[in-house]
Design a protein around this ligand. Structure first.
Ligand SMILES: Cc1ncc(COP(=O)(O)O)c(C=O)c1O
Length: 303
């Protein structure tokens, strides 16, 4: 199968067939890593997750990821029965079991656990949470520029499904991605409730105009850790950066566009709704920020 173009593009790695998975306190083989059909995550999308990356022996921005995970669990009233140190311990145990030292990606997932009956009420989730960590070999590389298409789907609103929750239920984002693929693109560009450019279905979104870096206000998108690092890097390096409303008119005509996320770091965008962005390749500001981000990760690793 040809590699699908997306921000999660990565080479298939045969070693990932033999990885070990953390499941409720045990390390198990991939084919043994199964959860019940009564699991709240499987049945209802009732759970939250975090994606982390290992660079040179260090899980990048681990504190930020732990803050966000514990914030999300508090918001959905899920007590996983582990402290922060316990969660980090599980991550390190999984890393050790797999012998990873660098270039790995972890997806940490917590659900409300196995339900007593196949119905929605959270009171039926009585057996305690399900906690699992999938850790795969994943080499970071400059992703190929991707094509976006705008779609009618939105991330949730604060009073529906708050966009700042990394919820197990990604259905609205998946529908957005399907719509974008059917329009001939790789990933969806989603607008906010007022029609301003907001996010993609899996990453935060930035444009570059005349040397200035613009991203959405942040009100309607995931509070991406990579997004915040890019904003901080701009500020520290005298690159003008603005969190503001902007529309597709500003976006089609941008000099560069790029996405941010833990998995792909900074991913250039070549085309949006059939309009080429810049010269269709990663632009100078995107490449500079990618290098600054790499340096930041390396600095974190030696601390
Ligand atoms: C919708 C969405 N936006 C943005 C991101 C990127 O966030 P981060 O930079 O923390 O990986 C993610 C990944 O969790 C996401 O699911």
């Amino acid at each position: 199968m040809p590699d699908k173009m997306s921000t999660h593009q990565s080479e298939d790695d045969a070693r990932n067939e033999n990885i070990l998975i953390y499941l409720n306190g045990k390390i198990v083989a991939k084919d043994q890593a199964v959860v019940s059909v009564y699991d709240s995550g499987f049945m209802l999308g009732d759970g939250v997750w975090e994606g982390l990356r290992l660079y040179d022996g260090t899980w990048a921005f681990l504190d930020d990821h732990m803050d966000r995970l514990f914030q999300a669990m508090k918001a959905i009233d899920l007590n996983m029965g582990l402290t922060r140190e316990g969660v980090i311990g599980a991550l390190l145990e999984t890393q050790k079991a797999n012998g990873f030292t660098t270039d790995a990606h972890a997806r940490m997932m917590v659900t409300r656990g196995v339900k007593a009956r196949p119905f929605q009420h959270p009171g039926l989730s009585r057996s305690g949470p399900t906690f699992t960590i999938i850790m795969e070999h994943s080499r970071p590389k400059l992703p190929r520029p991707i094509r976006l298409a705008t779609v009618p789907h939105m991330r949730g609103l604060p009073m529906t499904q708050d966009p700042k929750l990394n919820s197990h239920s990604k259905l609205n984002c998946i529908l957005a991605c399907i719509a974008a693929e059917k329009a001939g693109a790789d990933e969806a560009l989603m607008l906010d409730v007022n029609g301003f450019v907001n996010t993609t279905n899996a990453c935060n979104f930035f444009i570059v105009r005349k040397g200035e870096v613009w991203t959405s206000t942040g009100d309607y998108c995931m509070n991406g850790i990579t997004r915040q690092k890019v904003i901080d890097l701009c500020r520290a390096n005298n690159i003008p950066v603005f969190e503001r409303n902007f529309s597709l008119v500003d976006t089609y005509d941008a000099d560069e566009c790029f996405l941010t996320g833990t998995f792909g770091a900074q991913t250039p965008v070549s085309q949006i709704d059939g309009r080429q962005i810049g010269d269709g390749k990663a632009g100078p500001v995107t490449l500079r920020l990618r290098n600054l981000y790499k340096e930041l990760v390396a600095r974190e690793a030696v601390q």
